[in-house]
Design a protein around this ligand. Structure first.
Ligand code: ADP
Ligand code: MG
Length: 351
């Protein structure tokens, strides 16, 4: 497999991050190396950037990319030859399919978030995801009647899982699992695990908005992770959060959408109506330890809305969040309030 070296804009921003903590850095000894080794690959439908700030060995990055490619092959809905999810979906209404431990783990976590939200997040959302084709050249508003018929095929309660043999079954023909909301998080966790196993102490993994930090920055400070301004081009931040051995995961209505007759349609769907969720939330960023949970929770909170979403976050240990609404209000969870640094005056922090 060939991975192209690419010094993308995003990466450039990340490289700047150690400097953002410049005041503190001035008092600490000079780092061994602040010039990272960075590589980029297109995987899981997004650009994946990995930057090592120590152990600058390309083979380590390639090993992480190979692992992400393996996860993609098993969980994609685009490659019938390799995908266990396509096998599971094709067997809907007929029988159980044995999954690899990887895929089983992600499907099970998806079912967990479906249960937690009583189906606002629903891991069997695949049939309506396919209908909209958002993120492809064929994206278009489906016929209302077709949407209404298809939502009947979304019901996580009809996804049966058996831990004993890692098998899964969709009870009704036409049902489809879609791991788009959490697979990237799992891939980030696995890439992080590989880097740590290889002895890397300082690194940043960025899977299209799912950021995972290994250690802190080489200056001995925390990484500073930018929170995307949902109303401006990629790389424009509304604020910064510190992160050390943590993940910062954002779900946003701006991530993938299309426009038809002057209206924007984004990719996070309300399983009850079959249409993109509309609750005035434009992005939710989660700060936590495991990226699979950051990914699950960012999509979950975007679906729950500010009030219910924030209530959930405040109940969970080691999970913090930043919610951004259409009227440019920012809600910050209690554990982040003192450390979130607002950098754009376009927004108002309301709590
Ligand atoms: P991104 O892929 O942009 O990082 P998310 O992590 O929020 O964004 O995941 C969005 C994806 O989740 C969609 O593209 C789709 O595959 C899937 N999805 C859409 N609606 C739901 C839903 N209600 N429940 C679970 N998954 C969903
Ligand atoms: Mg998600």
């Amino acid at each position: 497999m060939i991975y192209k070296k690419r010094f993308a804009l995003l990466l450039a921003v990340l490289i700047l991050l150690p400097m953002l903590s410049g005041c503190e850095a001035a008092e600490t000894p000079a780092p061994a190396s602040t010039q990272p080794l960075s590589k980029s690959a297109f995987l899981l439908g997004t650009y994946v950037d990995i930057s090592l700030f120590d152990k600058l060995d390309e083979k380590i990055i390639d090993k992480a990319f190979d692992r992400i490619a393996e996860i993609e092959a098993k969980m994609t809905i685009n490659n019938a030859e390799t995908s266990e999810i396509i096998k599971l979906n094709e067997a809907s209404g007929t029988g159980a399919v044995k999954l690899s431990p990887d895929t089983y783990l992600v499907v099970e976590r998806g079912k967990y978030y479906s249960e937690l939200t009583e189906g606002k997040f629903d891991i069997t959302v695949g049939s309506i995801v396919k209908l909209w084709n958002i993120g492809t050249d064929y994206a278009a508003v489906p016929e209302d009647k077709v949407i209404r018929d298809t939502v009947k095929l979304v019901d996580y309660q009809k996804l049966q899982l058996k831990a004993a043999d890692h098998s899964a079954m969709l009870q009704e023909a036409g049902m489809k699992v879609d791991l788009g909301a959490i697979a990237k998080g799992y891939a980030a966790d696995e890439a992080g695990r590989i880097l740590r196993e290889e002895g890397v102490k300082h690194a940043i993994i960025n899977l299209g908005g799912n950021v995972l930090t290994v250690g802190g920055n080489p200056n001995g400070n925390q990484w500073k992770i930018g929170i995307q301004d949902p109303f401006n081009p990629r790389g424009d931040y509304l604020g910064i959060v510190p992160s050390q051995d943590k993940t910062v995961v954002t779900s946003g209505t701006y991530e993938r959408y299309f426009e038809q007759n002057g209206k924007k349609y984004h990719h996070i769907l309300n399983p009850e109506t079959g249409y993109p969720v509309e609750n005035n939330l434009h992005s939710v960023s989660i700060v936590t330890e495991k990226s699979i949970d950051g990914d699950g929770l960012s999509t979950t909170c975007l679906l729950l809305g500010v009030e219910e979403g924030m209530k959930l976050i405040e109940k969970l240990d080691h999970v913090e969040a930043i919610f951004v609404t259409g009227d440019k209000k920012v809600y910050v969870s209690s554990g982040l309030k003192d450390i979130f640094l607002q950098t754009s005056s376009d927004f108002t922090i309301v709590n």
